[in-house]
Design a protein around this ligand. Structure first.
Ligand SMILES: C=C(O[C@@H]1C=C(C(=O)O)C=C[C@H]1O)C(=O)O
Length: 128
């Protein structure tokens, strides 16, 4: 055992304590940068929550009117648009497409559940 709780016998920072071994000025910088990352992550969660509120309303409308859960034509247009936006913003367009597909796949699951008369996900407020 070393004298630092943040390191193991190989002087490798222990998971969760990576900053503890970093020198003061660098640590301060990292903490400030991480505080912005935390704010951005919070904004992402809030934006996703709003997006899912919209898509759940779409899911109910579709279920009431016998419209299928997925709309591949709409998705093709969304992917093309987001890839363009990603390129303009210097974000990897492949990543932007994967991220959108990941979200849309979840939305379609929600729509399928709503179509069967259930809640969008098992522990949704008002669900099981
Ligand atoms: C929300 C809709 O349903 C699905 C989900 C989409 C999305 O999350 O953006 C897009 C198309 C559909 O496959 C929709 O048809 O607009």
């Amino acid at each position: 055992m070393t004298d630092s709780a943040a390191e193991n016998d190989n002087d490798v920072p222990v998971a969760g304590d990576a900053v503890a071994s970093v020198d003061g000025e660098v640590r301060e910088k990292l903490i400030r940068m991480r505080s912005s990352i935390d704010n951005i992550d919070a904004a992402l969660v809030h934006m996703l929550a709003e997006r899912f509120k919209c898509t759940q309303a779409v899911g109910r409308l579709k279920a009431e009117n016998h419209v299928p859960p997925a709309d591949p034509g709409r998705e093709v247009k969304q992917v093309a648009r987001l890839r363009e936006l990603a390129e303009e913003s210097h974000l990897d367009p492949e990543f932007a497409e994967k991220f959108l597909n990941f979200i849309v796949a979840e939305v379609i699951h929600h729509h399928e559940r709503i179509g069967r008369g259930g809640e969008p996900w098992p522990s949704a407020p008002g669900g099981d």
